[in-house]
Write a protein that binds this ligand. Structure first.
Ligand code: TRP
Length: 353
């Protein structure tokens, strides 16, 4: 039996390059080594868009198309449609009881999000609850590895705490037990690790902030060569001339290292830029744009085959099939968790009509 991965995306728009380097690339790479579960966090989609159900639904289907386009293989990996996995919702309740309220509210990812999205003190009760739900997403599938961007690491840390506390409280695990030994010692939940992509935080095309849809500084996986060039040409470096020594840690050079494949070429560009050896920003941008286009071209092609209603039908068909697969494991975990909690009043079966 292969170890399991669970990770996923909130349907709040199409996926972009930040998702690729932060997590998608790892997902595609690890499909053989791990039994992979990829979550469509459509329930979480409602935390900030409860009044826009059509948008959440559309973005959910779009994300599946993006996944198929980047090379996630529906034969090997399982898509998890969050709203149709009742075990996740049930476990969220039990886990909420294992987390101090103030611990959740101190979660730095939630705090940053409140700030970035301008939620002030108007956010719903469900908004902080999603962080507890995220622990349940991972633990429902008893995953050991969670490939994510850097911004999600605080959530995974909270999930690790919940898993330990459950195992201590209901499975008789000694609190001295090291994380790696929890399952061997009889704990239900493995203590999962985060796996951050080779670029944990990609700057946006504004050259300043993290690439993020809400900041309008993203390159989508579906962008054309022209759009990529145009967006990059606007990237601000603050450099005045080709002979001015450049900062190889600026946003432009983070792109150089993230997307230009040949290490020798990267080293050469860094060297000339740092010395102010007549290497213009415009030239570097064009080279980066070409590298990004080469990466995205095959994705665009695969995605084109999924456009329109026929594509939607294909996606819905996959979701139906995968929901049954996902619930088989999720229900098993829930049954074991309830047994451990002395909530064992007999089994149940679930099906989708
Ligand atoms: N919060 C994640 C995001 O918006 C999505 C997500 C939900 C997730 N549940 C998860 C990621 C569990 C990893 C594991 O990107």
């Amino acid at each position: 039996m292969r170890p399991r991965i669970l990770t996923g995306d909130t349907p709040s728009g199409r996926l972009h390059l930040g998702h690729w380097v932060g997590s998608l690339e790892n997902r595609v790479r690890l499909q053989d080594e791990y039994d992979c579960f990829f979550l469509l966090a459509n329930v979480h989609g409602f935390t900030t868009r409860a009044d826009r159900p059509e948008d959440v639904r559309r973005d959910t289907l779009e994300i599946v198309k993006d996944w198929l386009a980047v090379g996630i293989d529906p034969e090997r990996s399982t898509f998890v449609l969050q709203s149709e996995i009742p075990a996740i919702a049930e476990l969220s309740w039990y886990f909420a009881m294992l987390l101090p309220f103030n611990r959740v509210m101190r979660n730095p990812t939630l705090k940053t999000e409140i700030e970035l999205k301008g939620l002030g003190d108007h956010y719903s009760f469900g908004f902080p609850l999603y962080a507890v739900g995220q622990c349940a997403d991972i633990l429902t599938f008893r995953a050991t590895l969670v490939p994510v961007g850097e911004d999600q690491v605080a959530h995974i840390e909270m999930c690790r705490e919940v898993a330990r506390r459950f195992n201590w409280t209901y499975c008789g695990i000694d609190p001295q037990t090291v994380d790696e030994d929890h399952v061997r010692a009889g704990g239900l939940f493995p203590i999962p690790s985060a796996l951050v992509g080779r670029v944990g935080r990609l700057p946006g095309t504004d050259g300043k902030h993290k690439m993020s849809k809400s900041l309008g500084n993203v390159i989508y996986l579906t962008d054309t060569a022209q759009e990529i060039k145009k967006k990059l040409s606007g990237l601000y470096t603050g450099r005045q001339s080709m002979t001015e020594p450049g900062d190889v840690n600026n946003a432009l050079f983070q792109y150089v290292r993230a997307f230009i494949k040949e290490p020798a070429r990267v080293a050469e560009l860094e060297d000339r830029y740092a010395r102010g050896d007549r290497l213009g920003d415009g030239h570097v941008k064009v080279e980066v744009a070409e590298a990004i286009d080469a990466l995205l071209a095959p994705m665009r092609e695969r995605r084109a085959a999924l456009e329109g209603e026929a594509g939607d039908r294909r996606v819905l068909e996959l979701l139906r099939e995968h929901t049954a697969r996902a619930n088989a494991l999720a229900e098993e975990t829930l049954r074991l968790a309830k047994q451990a909690m002395r909530l064992d009043f007999g089994g149940r079966t679930l099906g989708l009509g």
